[in-house]
Design a protein around this ligand. Structure first.
Ligand code: GLP
Length: 241
């Protein structure tokens, strides 16, 4: 695992975006693992700048989102399908047909999860997975105690995660209780992963993930097993390293 500590959040976004840009420049049909949340927004902003400058194009790239809530309408502004469309697909110019988000509204969620895994395999696997990290060390919505071997499946959201994400909803009661998320095993299958974190709220999680023991209580510690993982953090998130 390579750890890159940069002065601030803007530098973090630029550094990680350069990795995405390099892969898409080399392979226009690259498969990018897409993350939601506030952490990767700097990456998408820098990629947008590169698209506008015609340095790169995502018109042939493919994307798979990490996770989705279960139990909110697809067109809810905070469904991850909506967020990915608004924050990634539209600004970066992905073909919407080439981007898939786990289907949290499927009649049979287990079948939908298996189909999502099959779609990643059919695409040839993920070339680069973008990741944020939860304050409790989660990746995607793989909450503490998730198996390192887990695949895409339904999970119950931890109360801390629901509280963290309540800012996106009218009230805590409106935050879904369940989700569908790629598993840690799915994430580890990506050929390269880049995790970004900014700010003091992530300092404990980053220290535990990077320097702590491998533990299902810290899902992001699974990245220590990955042969090509980069953790890009600002000085505040690096404070406990
Ligand atoms: C969310 C997402 C994760 C994200 C994390 C951190 O709930 N499911 O993919 O990495 O929590 O979010 P943020 O980047 O907003 O701090």
């Amino acid at each position: 695992m390579e750890v890159i500590i940069l002065p601030d959040a803007v530098d973090v976004g630029r550094f990680a975006a350069a990795k995405v840009a390099a892969i898409v420049a080399r392979k226009p049909s690259a498969v990018i693992g897409l993350a939601t949340g506030s952490s990767p927004r700097g990456i998408y902003a820098d990629l947008r700048r590169r698209v506008d400058a015609r340095e790169i194009s995502f018109s042939r790239a493919r994307g798979f989102a990490l996770d989705e809530y279960v139990g909110i309408p697809l067109d809810h502004p905070e469904s991850y399908a909506s967020v990915i469309a608004r924050e990634v697909v539209e600004p970066l110019g992905f073909d919407p047909a080439n981007v898939r988000v786990p289907d949290g509204r499927a009649a049979d969620l287990d079948v939908a999860a298996a189909e999502f895994e099959a779609a990643i395999a059919a695409a040839g696997g993920v070339d680069l997975q973008i990741l944020g990290i939860g304050a409790n060390g989660h990746l995607g919505f793989n909450e503490p105690t998730s198996s390192f071997a887990s695949r895409t499946r339904i999970k119950t959201l931890a109360q801390l995660t629901r509280q963290d994400n309540a800012r996106f909803f009218d009230s805590l009661d409106d935050v879904p209780t369940h989700c569908m998320t790629q598993g840690l095993g799915t994430i580890l299958d990506a050929r390269e992963v880049v995790l970004v974190a900014q700010g003091p709220a992530k300092a404990d999680a980053i220290a535990a993930a990077v320097e702590g023991p491998l533990s299902a209580f810290v899902p992001a510690s699974a990245l220590q097993l990955h042969a090509h993982a980069t953790v890009v953090v600002d000085e505040e998130s690096a404070a406990n390293l």
